[in-house]
Design a protein around this ligand. Structure first.
Ligand SMILES: NC(=O)C1=CN([C@@H]2O[C@H](COP(=O)(O)OP(=O)(O)OC[C@H]3O[C@@H](n4cnc5c(N)ncnc54)[C@H](O)[C@@H]3O)[C@@H](O)[C@H]2O)C=CC1
Ligand SMILES: CCCCCC(=O)/C=C/C=C\C/C=C\C/C=C\CCCC(=O)O
Length: 304
């Protein structure tokens, strides 16, 4: 059935341009009212004027707010509530490039997301309904794509956002499920926005070196609607060119269980190395699959 967009109020951070502007437009098209925020006032005002012409002044507003600032968060939320109504959707999107340093990356893209999320839980919780969509990145799921330690602040922030998102479905005592607030994350591959162009002016360089095209803003925008349609708490969707959205499994759960099983089997077999590596874990995984296959075959034979 999906989460209802029509008639709801959304906040989109970093909405002056790029993904945030596209998310704002799509939410408006689907009948939401949107308060988008940014620190770039000049571009923000221009975007506000364009969107108000298309969707009406009563449906979309720009608020200057820095996601690293608690007071800005409170006044953004207050203004959105006062002018548009109770907020039910928060898109934590604001971001910067990796070259601006690890601390600013973590302040804006991890602490900024944390500030928004905990304020949302407080405010949405009172209305017993809400959705938080965190814009992470493939760099939130995997690391070490580049050989530059300088860009790891970006990876640190995005990994943190995935950790926060995945904490939602099981968080206890259930403030989230009790208050009807869910979270999911989008994890795009490189996309053609100003953020990327400021880091790498010639995008064809990335396309050549990765043998993969960069995404369009529209492709990433569409995935927000798909995520709201699926409405799966804690889901982290990998967005990669020319493949469907991938609901990326939580490696911790699956690989943790398999690794422990591998250690346990080795111990039972009387072999206890100091450390076990991936070949052993994979070998045990394959062995377990073969065992399950034969158990299943025997059960099938016995039943029929
Ligand atoms: N472009 C890409 O290749 C990818 C981007 N992302 C993520 O998508 C999100 C949006 O990025 P893009 O649209 O690409 O970039 P963009 O540069 O087009 O838009 C980001 C917006 O965030 C705003 N912003 C920056 N610091 C802020 C702050 N402290 N408070 C409020 N607003 C602030 C900027 O002024 C800008 O308008 C970011 O979180 C980014 O990490 C994820 C994967 C790929
Ligand atoms: C392969 C990673 C895809 C990342 C998509 C993305 O978020 C793009 C961001 C664009 C600009 C920010 C600049 C650099 C960060 C890029 C990659 C981080 C790789 C981190 C790593 O651990 O190697």
């Amino acid at each position: 059935m999906g989460y209802q967009i029509q008639g709801n109020v959304a906040i989109v951070t970093g909405g002056s341009q790029g993904f945030g502007k596209e998310f704002t437009k799509l939410l408006l098209k689907k009948g939401a009212k949107v308060a988008f925020s940014d620190i770039n006032v000049e571009v923000g005002r221009q975007t506000e004027s364009d969107l108000q012409k298309e969707f009406g002044k009563e449906n979309v507003i720009f608020v200057r707010a820095d996601v690293t600032n608690d007071e800005d968060w409170t006044s953004l939320w207050d203004e959105a509530e006062m002018k548009l109504g109770a907020v039910a959707i928060l898109v934590n999107n604001a971001g910067i490039g990796a070259s601006l340093g690890w601390e600013r990356n973590v302040d804006i893209m991890l602490k900024g997301v944390g500030k928004g999320t905990f304020l949302a839980l407080d405010r949405m919780g009172k209305n017993m309904s809400g959705r938080i969509i965190n814009i992470a990145s493939i760099a939130g799921i995997a690391s070490g794509f580049t050989s530059k330690i300088e860009v790891s602040g970006y990876t640190m922030a995005k990994h943190g956002v995935i950790g926060l998102t995945r904490s939602f479905p099981r968080a206890r005592p259930a403030p989230f499920s009790k208050y009807g607030v869910k979270a999911y994350a989008l994890c795009p591959w490189f996309a053609d926005t100003q953020l990327l162009r400021e880091e790498i002016s010639d995008l064809s360089k990335i396309e050549r070196s990765t043998k993969t095209r960069v995404l369009t803003v529209e492709e990433v925008g569409k995935s927000l609607l798909t995520a709201l349609e699926k409405d799966k708490d804690g889901a982290c969707y990998l967005i990669f060119p020319d493949v469907p959205l991938i609901d990326f499994p939580n490696c911790n759960e699956n690989l943790f269980a398999l690794s422990v099983a591998a250690g346990w089997i080795l111990k039972k077999a009387g072999y206890e190395p100091d450390v076990i590596g991936w070949p052993v874990v994979l070998a045990v995984g394959a062995l377990l699959l073969i065992i399950f296959y034969y158990i299943f075959a025997i059960l099938k034979f016995m039943v029929w």
